[in-house]
Design a protein around this ligand. Structure first.
Ligand code: SAH
Ligand code: SF4
Ligand code: F3S
Length: 495
């Protein structure tokens, strides 16, 4: 018996996303585009007509996960001959045809610069059953102009129902990266740094706020390197923040990820003076040892990073700063690792993302530097740094006990969601919730706060008194509340 070919009206899409916020946004946009073609989402790959894996190449482990998932999907064509399996995103751009070789049942390989083509490619593949490869040029495969053009930013206007949260949205302000840190694959997978025009960004935010969005997070691999000339005027990130700050309906604006060398005083002053900008900077140090920073080609020394931290804290004493660290980078001795531990002690990051060095083919570090720290040492350093970071975060969070903070309420906390097994994101709130539930929100300095309250507070600012704290969370209760916006639905995704 042959399966009935799917029609435009009963198509089911299964999508899995790994990687950073850029990938989360890309998936949201692709789901939106396919939704317009009549697709509905399913969380069961076996039921799907189209299976998409949105991939990350930043560490080997992320790629392994995708190849093992592809292995599990091997028999899918035998059971459902019309199914289309697609690999999109960073690994698609990096591995290209190799993916067909390692996983012959894959129909589509679509890089980060071709996402707009996905709906058409899926339809073509379903009809002609031929493999489709759509990727951008390699960084050395053409002029800067040609390579840049081959990476198209994908920013269609969005359908509100496709967002995981009704009042929070990511907005891409730039694509690519030109920093070429020696360990990093992103300049290859995302292409040259290109900033979007400020007027396009402002228009997108206007549409989002009309749809009820209260918080936007601006995205870029090095978001504070943003620059675009429009109407004869050069816009840097500070100017863009000023431009969008007064968009009606917006309560909070965040931006990630920052690059230490591009942390200008204009940006810090804008953050200080514009009340809706979060006092939060994710600005990865990566290592506390100058020799390692040099091998990484990060372009700054620890002393220069320290000078930047002083400028941040002089300008905004309450500003939280978080970091990424790589442990076990080639050449990282015990001594060098101890310098990173010293930096964690000195800078007291709000949180710290610690990664074990993973050699990435195609990067300078992989070509030139031996992976000379054992897996055992990497694991030990990773755990030691996480333990130290936790200790520091717990101490710093304890400082909040007894204080009042303003939080932007995000919705039900993870604990509530687990115990209540609520409806999917975006579904309507219960008509009469039975008493207060545990909610989650974030302070202006991006600290997570849980407290009991009515789920209808989601999307609003609330004043909370902090009673207790852990390394990751402040625990409090509502003191007053200002309900400015009627909540369109539950927000059961964050915590
Ligand atoms: N654009 C951001 C981060 C991009 S990747 C920035 O420049 O900060 C996210 C994090 O992954 C990096 O900050 C780095 O800590 C880590 N990372 C990148 N390449 C890695 C590799 N080869 N091995 C281990 N961690 C890596
Ligand atoms: Fe990678 Fe460095 Fe660019 Fe960040 S700045 S994306 S770590 S190359
Ligand atoms: Fe991964 Fe690509 Fe993001 S490599 S971290 S998904 S930019």
């Amino acid at each position: 018996m042959t399966a009935t070919p799917p029609t435009e009206h009963n198509l089911r899409l299964y999508i899995e996303t790994v990687g950073c916020q850029m990938n989360m946004l890309d998936s949201e946009l692709v789901v939106g585009a396919l939704g317009k073609q009549g697709y509905t989402l399913t969380d069961d790959a076996k039921q799907a007509d189209t299976i998409l894996l949105n991939t990350c190449s930043v560490r080997e482990h992320a790629e392994h996960k995708i190849y093992s998932q592809l292995g599990r999907l091997k028999h899918i064509h035998r059971q459902r001959p019309n199914v289309v399996v697609g690999v999109m995103g960073c690994m698609a751009q990096k591995d290209q045809k190799q993916i067909f070789r390692r996983a012959p049942h894959v129909d589509l390989v679509v890089g980060t610069g071709q996402l707009a083509e996905i709906p058409r490619l899926i339809e073509e593949a379903r009809h002609d059953r031929k493999r489709k490869l759509a990727v951008s040029l390699g960084r050395r495969d053409g002029s800067v102009q040609a390579v840049s053009t081959s990476f198209q930013s994908y920013d269609p206007l969005r359908e509100p129902q496709m967002r995981p949260s009704p009042w929070q949205a990511f907005v891409r302000i730039m694509i690519g990266c030109d920093k070429f840190c020696t360990y990093c694959v992103v300049p290859t997978t995302r292409g040259p740094e290109q900033s979007r025009p400020p007027s396009d960004i402002a228009r997108e935010i206007e549409v989002l706020t009309d749809q009820g969005v209260r918080e936007v997070t601006l995205l870029g691999q090095t978001v504070n390197s943003y620059k675009h000339t429009e109407g004869g005027r050069l816009f840097r990130l500070a100017d863009l923040l000023e431009l969008i700050h007064d968009s009606p309906g917006i309560d909070r604006i965040k931006f990630v990820t920052n690059y230490p060398r591009d942390m200008g005083d204009d940006l810090l002053t804008a953050m200080r003076d514009l009340p809706k900008i979060a006092h939060y900077l994710h600005v990865p140090l990566q290592s506390g040892c100058d020799d390692v920073l040099k091998a990484m080609k990060r372009g700054y020394t620890v002393a220069q990073y320290r000078e930047m931290m002083h400028r941040i804290r002089d300008c905004m004493p309450d500003c939280a700063v978080s970091s990424d660290f790589i442990v076990g980078h080639p050449g990282e001795t015990e001594e060098a690792f101890e310098r990173s531990m010293d930096a964690v002690r000195e800078f007291r990051f709000k949180n710290n993302f610690v990664f074990k060095y993973s050699p990435r083919p195609g990067t300078k570090a992989h070509e030139l530097l031996p992976d000379d720290v054992s897996e055992q040492d990497k694991r030990r350093r990773n755990n030691a740094m996480l333990d130290l970071s936790n200790e520091i975060c717990e101490e710093d969070n304890a400082e909040f006990i007894g204080r009042n903070v303003e939080v932007l309420v995000e919705g039900l906390s993870k604990a509530t969601i687990k115990s209540a097994d609520p409806k999917p994101p975006g579904s309507a709130p219960a008509d009469s919730p039975t008493g207060p539930l545990q909610l989650v929100g974030r302070t202006r300095c991006d600290r997570i706060v849980v407290f009991d309250g009515n789920p209808r507070l989601a999307g609003n600012l609330a004043q909370i008194t902090i009673d207790d704290a852990t390394a990751t969370t402040l625990i409090g209760r509502i003191v007053t509340r200002e309900l400015q916006h009627e909540s369109p639905g539950l927000l059961p995704i964050l915590g």
